[in-house]
Design a protein around this ligand. Sequence first.
Ligand SMILES: C[S@@+](CC[C@H](N)C(=O)[O-])C[C@H]1O[C@@H](n2cnc3c(N)ncnc32)[C@H](O)[C@@H]1O
Length: 417
Amino acid sequence: MEVEIIRLDNEGRGICYVNNIITFVSNALPKEVVKIKLIKQTKKYNIGKVLKYLKTSPERQSHFCPYYGKCGGCDLEHLTYEKSCEFKKTNLETILKKYAMIDKEITFIKSSNPMYYRNKITLNINNKRKGFYEEQTHNVVDINYCYLATKAINKIIPYLNMPSGQVVIRSNYNAEIIIDITSSSYKPIDIASLTKENKIVGIIVNNKIIYGEDHFIEIVNNKLFQVHSKSFFQINLDIASQVIPLLKKEVTKEDVVLDLYCGVGFLGLSIASEINKLYGVEVSKSAVMDALLNMKINKITNAKYFLNKSEDILTNLPDDINTVIVDPPRSGLKEEVINYLITNQNIQKVIYMSCNPFTLARDLQKLKTSYTITKIYGLDMFCYTKHLECLCILKNIVKKTELKCKFSKIKKNQVIE
Ligand SMILES: C[S@@+](CC[C@H](N)C(=O)[O-])C[C@H]1O[C@@H](n2cnc3c(N)ncnc32)[C@H](O)[C@@H]1O
């Protein structure tokens, strides 16, 4: 059947209607006329697949990846990079309006290199097919190359020869590589030629180091970060480096900063010289150990770290904290963290970094009872995919205003309790 695409949904799929039922079509853009077949039909919605493009959009670009449409990685590769950023910005605005009643201008930060940016990939291997999962399935799409991963990572893919398992490949600023393999059918890889052709720092198989070390050094904005193979690190160094000046603008020497979900300390340590004190909280042991070392190698003396879940430590934290950075996983903030931010009268600023606009909107809806959202950034950390990183600055002007009112009512010689 022939349909015209009306708009994009928040995953970047084209939307049209077939017999008044909403129909989602991947790789189809607004105003395009396409011939589709329905591959899934329910009472509420259909999924359509493009068979032929009858009229194409000027915003379309021909995709650069041979696996596009098969591998579930790059949902937006058929849009020019400019247009994909416009789409993500509008999408974030819509989500914040719809789920948090926030109507605010968003500053969008693009990546200066939207290809070859990912410094970590996880390849699934099944029946000798190695690659990423097809969209919405666990079928592995066999790949030899990924245009989003760094060139150093791409050089490693052909060496992986086990019939099944999972392989995490990471690279750093200097194209050094760590390979972390989990496989019950591991077949020894050719380490001699692998290390001859590549800067291999370490190979880990089923949690045992079989070559080199299980960590390397990453450098962002002249700061050094040790990163263990199991610790989190921001996957796009260009965007990560652009975030730090945005944070620096928001802090002062008076600030005692709590960095919740701190990972290897990236956000907090990057601004440590601009603030009074820093406390970090992280649940992963390897990441906290990295953070402690990172404090030392960067000669930072005003930081302390706690190994714990953010939600479990809140009642035992120092009470001089007046600024909180939160950078939670996709699931967003736990109720305990939100209550802490809302009820703690000392907190004047919250810096919320999020990789999921939906849980961000859910949490902001609650936080905005105590804070005013002063700035929202969309950060294109995951170029050519539907995913978006966000940064929000929240200020507790409610409490300050209350304080001002209180002071203005005080009369000369009044006893103040
Ligand atoms: C999105 S990463 C952010 C890391 C860090 N802020 C950075 O910029 O590199 C989220 C981090 O939260 C940690 N994490 C997950 N659940 C947690 C919890 N309940 N409490 C504390 N940390 C947690 C993860 O191990 C991960 O390091």
